[in-house]
Write a protein that binds this ligand. Structure first.
Ligand code: MRU
Length: 349
């Protein structure tokens, strides 16, 4: 079997394309992203989403912004790159991968200001393509390390989508599952939280797993407690948008509740985190900016009003889980256990 999911973003013949994830699972639609404004919109509206994927998408967005600039244009190329980076950084605040990727492009541009336009433009494209290739390898490494935590017959509960659609490869949280099934021949089953309000678990995670022929049971978020109490789950594995150096981490809203439930039922909570999601500059999760999104994501479902006009709404896209609830992080460099402050920091030595 081939568990490797579809490419979520790619560049071909000078064109950048993505799968429009807002149309899944009903419509598998590939769209070309032609302007930096379209890339900003694609990230903001979650056409491309998931922490690693939005970083890579933003890097391609910078290239789209400057690829037609000529030496005779009034805006210097390094200034145009900086403008594109600043603009794309406003698309979403929580996933640190976005800023990590844009900083990589910025540094590249600063180190090569003397190059002719076409050479620097090619370097920006090559950097975005390198991020794609690296992320593929990182996902595989997370899969290899994480698969060692899973035994034949295990059942895994996950939240949101941290699969291939959210990355350039196997995903993060789903990588250990894909790796264990595909490379090690283990039989695993997954419970997928539907993940209100935007249903990434129902629309994306269960779509990916069904495509990969991995048994998946979809549950509403409020069913996780019963599934855990019934003893049906051996491990909870989630992805992350940002990890502070003390191990507190932000992930899709609902993750914190799931972490509390996992602890109550003595089920390990593993957080799959590439180093690009670890923000060593933050001392704790209290410093992670949490995106709040439009009220209509909660008051409407596929255009149908499900709440009265004028009702007050709270719609944080992410929550922060304290490090004491995390059993271990699964990174591309291996499994990281407490003490997190020391062991996460050591990953960057
Ligand atoms: O709002 P989204 O869909 O971008 O949120 C995504 C998540 O919270 C994922 O779990 C996280 O980015 C990890 S993706 C590998």
């Amino acid at each position: 079997m081939n568990a490797m999911p579809e490419k979520t973003i790619w560049a071909d013949d000078g064109r950048v394309s993505i799968i429009d994830q807002t149309r899944l699972p009903g419509d598998f639609h590939k769209m070309e992203v032609k302007t930096v404004g379209e890339m900003w919109e694609a990230i903001k509206s979650l056409r491309v989403r998931g922490a690693p994927a939005i970083g890579i998408a933003a890097a391609f967005g910078v290239w789209i912004a400057v690829k037609h600039l000529r030496a005779e244009d009034s805006l210097p190329l390094d200034q145009a790159i900086e403008n594109a980076c600043s603009y794309l950084a406003t698309a979403r605040p929580t996933a640190v991968n976005l800023f990590w990727a844009l900083d990589r492009v910025r540094k590249l541009a600063k180190a090569n200001t003397d190059l002719p336009h076409n050479k620097l433009q090619r370097l920006v494209l090559a950097e975005a393509e390198a991020m794609l290739a690296e992320d593929y390898e990182i996902c595989t490494a997370i899969g290899r390390h994480g698969a060692g935590l899973l035994e034949d017959g295990h059942r895994i509960l996950t939240h949101c989508n941290a699969g291939g659609l959210a990355t350039a490869g196997y995903g993060t949280a789903l990588a250990p599952v894909y790796y264990a099934v595909e490379k090690l021949g283990k039989h695993l089953e997954v419970f997928a939280d539907e993940t209100r309000p935007l249903l990434q678990g129902a629309r994306l995670t269960s779509w990916e797993l069904v495509r990969a022929s991995i048994p998946v049971t979809l549950i509403c978020d409020n069913m996780a407690a019963v599934v855990l109490r019934n003893g049906w789950v051996n491990a909870v594995i989630v992805g992350t948008d940002r990890v502070a150096r003390n191990g507190d981490f932000a992930n899709k809203i609902g993750t914190y509740g799931l972490a509390v439930l996992a602890r109550e039922h003595n089920v390990p909570l593993y957080v799959a985190a590439p180093l690009s999601s670890i923000d060593i500059s933050l001392s704790s999760g209290a410093e992670i900016p949490i995106e709040e999104r439009n009220a209509d994501e909660i008051t409407s479902l596929h255009g149908l009003k499900i709440a009265p006009e004028g009702v007050k709404v709270f719609n944080p896209a992410f929550d922060v889980t304290p490090h004491r609830l995390v059993t271990a992080f699964i990174t591309e460099k291996g499994i990281v256990r407490p003490s997190y402050e020391k062991n996460l920091t050591a990953l960057f030595d």
